[in-house]
Design a protein. Structure first.
Length: 141
């Protein structure tokens, strides 16, 4: 997280979306209703403004956190790529996202980078505030 970014939670995401009136964007990203792979040449960096991050690195007492969970949150049977999947900031992949505003259309976008054994995949999803949920992580027994 860079110095100009702040840590965001579910309520902060909804607050960011309040009062925005996004339009169809002329950029190469497309609708991105579900997670879309976006190559570096398709990401319009010149129009994107970083707003914050969902990647917590410290706990409430300021102690470093371990690796964020890879657990996903799909109580209604959605899948990772589903456009109607909930946006749960404490769950994967949201807990690895940064939030951007497009200067061309006013859309809010979530972006994270997936790292595999032999690849790097940048993924983007439009922030639909109606999908944001403040689901808590399950407690360890």
């Amino acid at each position: 997280m860079t110095t100009e970014q702040k840590l965001l939670d579910a309520q902060a995401l909804r607050d960011l979306a309040e009062g925005r009136n996004p339009t169809d964007c002329p950029c190469a990203l497309g609708p991105c209703a579900g997670w879309e792979s976006v190559s570096a040449d398709r990401w319009p960096a010149h129009t994107m403004h970083p707003l914050g991050s969902l990647r917590a690195t410290l706990d409430a007492e300021g102690a470093p956190l371990g690796e964020p969970t890879y657990a996903e949150y799909h109580p209604a049977g959605t899948r990772y790529e589903s456009a109607d999947a909930p946006i749960a900031p404490l769950f994967f992949p949201y807990n690895r996202c940064d939030v951007f505003a497009c200067g061309a259309c006013d859309r809010l976008l979530l972006k994270y980078t997936e790292f595999g054994g032999y690849y790097v995949d940048h993924r983007v999803r439009v922030l639909n505030p109606e999908r944001v949920t403040d689901a808590p992580l399950p407690q360890d027994d």
